[in-house]
Design a protein around this ligand. Sequence first.
Ligand code: ZN
Length: 367
Amino acid sequence: MKKSLIIILIILLLALSSCNFNTLDSFTGDMNDRKFTHYRQSDGCFSQFIETYKGTYYLANSFVYFSSDGISEYLKLCSRPDCKHNNADCIAYVNSNSIAYYNGYIYYVSIYQGSYWLFKMNMDGTDHINVKELASIKERFTGFFEHGYLYFYKGLIGMQGNTDKFIYKIAVYDNGDAEIITDTSDIGEICMFYPQNEYLYFYVYTDEMMYSIYRYSTAQFRWEDPINIKSGPGNVFINTDKMFWYVNGEGFYEYTYETKRIEHVADSIDSGLYGVSYNDEYIYAFQYFETKYSSVSPMFYIFDRQYNLVDSVLIDIKMEDYFSSLYVTELEDIVLISTSILKRPPDYYLVKSEFGSGDITLRKNSN
Ligand SMILES: [Zn+2]
């Protein structure tokens, strides 16, 4: 629910700042590392954060930022000495709301000559090239990257007036055309979808805060029966075998695709409004402010994957956007926190080695 709200509320304001950009190291990793090319289902943001062998990139207010390790200063991805990095002439300005990494390039979708185009650029922000035309402005566009492909819908998810119900797939790395993957006419109005390995997952809002989650196999070309749950994309994680979700006021649930069985597996955290992120080792539950002027700071809970509480920390900072997620993403050793996920790069973090100590420190990024 919160995530779909964020998509609708994406507000693209110009940020005023200046920076210098350092020369990057040479490539040492596996170009096709699937960790770097995955759609990041567990993130608190949508396709704004990417992790690569050179460092991390963050998209905020249409500018691409770079940090070598995720916690050192995020600088706008522009090395031109004469640039103030505060308008559309800056090469870090991409006028987009999603970025991705594949095989040595950063990809994004932006508007060019009246249409949505796939663009690519070098990892240092130079040489922006319009690769392929995807949809006209009139058709509209929503898309997500996964493993070198862009899956897209010629419409705005969660909005009225979408007429083309197909899902398209297009490779980012060649000159090939888009192909139609499936037709969503029979499942209702999509409020969110994303790719994950061989599957596409679709969220359809029904009523009474219920969502039907459909899955389509791109390998077997077939739909599976929907699962009806009381949770939106911000509180759900799905892998090949299982779906995991949290319902505020009720607790944690799991669904097993093979047995088609839903289980209530753990109680609710407390009466607060939470978003939940599922990761390899931990589940993070981060509280939302319920009103704009709430004076109580949000809690951040850490559970293991068996729903045992490992630790918790009060996020005692002033949140700029009370309606958006304070949780950005998890990296190998840290968890990134943001006071405004849409307007600026992550500005705080937690260190995972402190989880379980009962004494977690909320740290400010260096800048
Ligand atoms: Zn610049």
